[in-house]
Design a protein around this ligand. Sequence first.
Ligand code: NIG
Ligand code: FE
Length: 385
Amino acid sequence: MSIVVDNIGELVTNNPADGDGLLGLRHDAALVIEDGRVAWIGPSAGAPAADQRIDASGSAVLPGFVDSHAHLMFAGDRAAEFGARMAGEPYTGGGIRTTVAATRAASDDELRANAKRLVDEALRQGTTTIEIKSGYGLNVDDEARSLRLARELTTETTFLGAHVVPAGSDPDAYVKLVCTEMLEACSPYAKWIDVFCDRGAFDGDQTRAILEAGARTGLLTRVHANQLVAGPGVQLAVELDAASADHCTHLSDADITALSGSNTVATLLPGAEFSTRSPYPDARRLIDSGVTVALATDCNPGSSYTSSMPFCIALAVRDMRMTPAEAVHAATAGSARALRRDDIGRLTVGARADLIVLDAPSHLHLAYRPGVPLISTVVHNGAPQ
Ligand code: NIG
Ligand code: FE
């Protein structure tokens, strides 16, 4: 079954060789989808016929957003904690334990339904690939079931047993449990391993031990790094060739230097700074130093309860001084790279047919019209949703 999308006013290919600037923009374009892949791109006037037609009517078409950082396996919410924070309380990550209690008490069906609700909410806002972490089970059975259920929704599953030390556990004994029995139970359902390396969570030595144990079982590495303080997380991520160092809110000069010569993406999560009233990461300095930057939501019930990539793009432009083109690139090609994927995050021949049609003539409108639902059509794996 083939689909032609024609009358595209502005096509974001993310391939500079295919069009103008960082986003590889083409105008008055069309593309053809066959068997879930992009099969042809060219001028709209020369578009071939296909089984089905989507008339973009002069609107912008972009790759579907790639949300490379989300914590969707949880129950309950922490609206009261948010309210207290907006009245002046600091964010410490301590509320994670509240969500752990709610998650352990929830049934499989409740966890599955809550995560599916958020995946669907994200899809309506243009997210066609989403990473899902465990991290609110924090014992062998609840971490493994979180990942088993996450696996029903995405292939990008991440074992985050090292989110915090659960209440009542000895830190050394917990790290050992994560590296042995928990890892063994979780690795069949996970692609990635992640550690919250920060004040109040895990230190550099613990993080290294956990990430190395994960790598030995074949998991790929990503790190929650430098969210609360400028600790060892970023440099450890680079040293271990992690696909991504996430948050990067507090960076030293050495952190920037390490990232800029590396294969590790800096994933910025401005929803977390928004919802914790924290200073935003220095995206300009990262980009100007040649670091690959990704944007993701960090969707979770504590520090960033948004599933909206357009909202994160708007924050990145307004509050992190990224250009609209840089923000759109970071939310598509950048976050695809943070997942070490080259089949998504771009619209070029051979790429997966994950795309969005905006109810707007250009990508600029995503930041120019914040809070407005501009995603008019989503095509996922070649199928209009
Ligand atoms: O990425 N920083 C650690 N984990 C989450 C927050 C989780 C929570 O507060 O429930 C984050 O911000
Ligand atoms: Fe996170």
